[in-house]
Every structure is written in structure tokens, then in C-alpha cells.
Ligand binder design. Structure first.
Ligand code: 3SL
Length: 241
């Protein structure tokens, strides 16, 4: 049987090379957007509406939605919360619909939504195992879209994409063709015993540390805390089953 393909796209800027060749897109923003989204669903949030711009977020706010907005790691003034996974663990969010706009993650989701993929799903280290199991079950071509930082490469998203590629290829049912995916796998293999230490001098870890967000980093780098697999449907992230 012909093997399915799994690739890792390092940045949204390179996504045109991958667009429309894959049935499944996994959007990854380990620090912190996709981890925060998984944390929200793990806490029982009903849906998350990802929006790329602050103007869109403000529109929803005017309509009375709960809205989180982050830029450059900080909460945007005037919004209910930012991008910390801990903000989405609050009791009052259970069963709610939440709108979220972040520097890179929600923009990557928007870029993915412009493709004709069958499924757009949210990936992070915190839902890694359940996501990998689901991808194996689907048996379709997969591209991991790393959100990066303002169109630049970052280590943490690449490592997560590499983990997904490594696990899928290990089944014998998937292969990858791109050097980017091979590099991502090697980064994962070199870091998997200690993500926190490996990422010590990474740019975003330093950025978040300067903002006193070390607890967020530890949470986001602690794998397999939830089995949620948020999927984009009609502009909203939901849990399908
Ligand atoms: O870029 C994003 O989407 C965010 O995850 C960045 S931050 O971790 O909130 O700084």
C-alpha cells in the first residue's frame, strides 16, 4: 500500500509550497496559542473563534463575546485575557464560546483555513499523543504548519512538528520527502528528553521569561496533558467527538 506523506512547514510564509497537497493541516504554536486553545477545551470551553486581527477581535467584543487578545506576548489592553493557558482554565469559561487573537497562532490558523484541506486541527505538545493516534487512524496526508514568530522559524513549533512526523513515520504507514521534515525530526529526537533545557536559549522562551511567564512555558512544554483535538469548522474551533 502506498505510504501517506507527513511534512513539516517551518513558517506560514513557506506555506504556499504545501498548500492544497494535504488533506490534514495541523497548526502548531507551542508557546503559547495552540497550547492555550487545547487548555481551553480541556477545561470545557465550548468553542474558540480564532481571529487574525485586533480589529476583528474588537468587533466580537462589541457583540458581547469573551475575547482574549495577545500581541508580542502581552495582553492587549481592553481585552478580557491574553494567551496564557492558565487564563482558559477558569471555571467561568466552561461551556462558553471564546474569541482569540494572537501574534502568530491565530494568523496561522487563518492561513490554513484558506486552503482546501479536509481537516484543520490544533497541535501542541500538550495533546501530542492523542493527536498522533488520531492522525494514524485518519491515514491521510498531513502537513504540520508551524506558526513560528512573525514569519520566522522557531524551535519549539518545529520540535512539535518533528515529533508528529517521527511518530507517524514510525508506524511504517507514512513517509516524508522534504529536508525540512527530516531536520524537524532530528530536532525532536535531540530535545525529547528535556524540552525545557533544549529550548533554554530559544528566542521565544527568552521573550516569555522576560515577561515573567515561566510557568506558562513549563505548562506548554509538558507533553500529553489532554486528549482534546480541536478542529476548525465554519470558522470555529470545536471538539468533534
Ligand atoms: O504568537 C502567538 O500566537 C503567541 O502564542 C505568542 S505568545 O506566546 O503569546 O507570546
Amino acid at each position: 500500500m502506498e505510504k501517506k506523506i507527513v511534512e513539516v512547514c517551518f513558517t506560514p510564509k513557506e506555506f504556499d509550497y504545501f498548500r492544497d497537497r494535504f488533506e490534514i493541516i495541523v497548526v502548531i504554536d507551542v508557546l503559547r496559542a495552540t497550547s492555550a486553545i487545547c487548555s481551553a477545551f480541556n477545561n470545557g470551553v465550548k468553542s474558540v473563534i480564532p481571529v487574525a486581527t485586533i480589529e476583528q477581535a474588537q468587533e466580537y467584543q462589541k457583540q458581547g463575546y469573551l475575547v482574549g487578545a495577545e500581541r508580542n506576548g502581552e495582553i492587549v489592553e481592553g481585552f478580557d485575557f491574553g494567551n496564557s493557558p492558565y487564563s482558559y482554565m477558569k471555571e467561568e469559561l466552561k461551556g462558553q464560546e471564546v474569541v482569540l487573537s494572537t501574534t502568530n497562532g491565530t494568523r496561522a490558523i487563518e492561513i490554513a483555513a484558506q486552503s482546501n484541506a479536509e481537516h484543520i486541527v490544533i497541535g501542541s505538545l500538550i495533546n501530542l499523543k492523542s493527536l498522533v493516534d488520531w492522525l494514524i487512524e485518519q491515514n491521510k496526508n498531513v502537513v504540520c504548519l508551524c506558526s513560528g514568530w512573525k514569519d520566522k522559524f522557531n524551535l519549539e513549533d518545529t520540535i512539535c512538528g518533528g515529533a508528529i512526523a517521527d511518530e507517524l513515520i514510525a508506524t511504517g504507514k507514512f513517509t516524508s520527502n522534504e529536508d525540512a521534515s527530516i531536520a524537524a525530526k532530528y530536532l525532536y529526537q535531540s530535545s525529547k528528553e528535556n524540552y525545557f533545557g533544549f529550548l533554554k536559549s530559544s528566542s521565544h522562551r527568552r521573550r516569555l521569561k522576560r515577561l515573567n511567564l515561566n510557568e506558562d512555558i513549563k505548562y506548554c512544554l509538558n507533553p500529553n496533558q489532554t486528549d482534546v483535538i480541536p478542529q476548525l469548522e465554519n470558522g470555529k474551533l470545536i471538539l468533534k467527538n
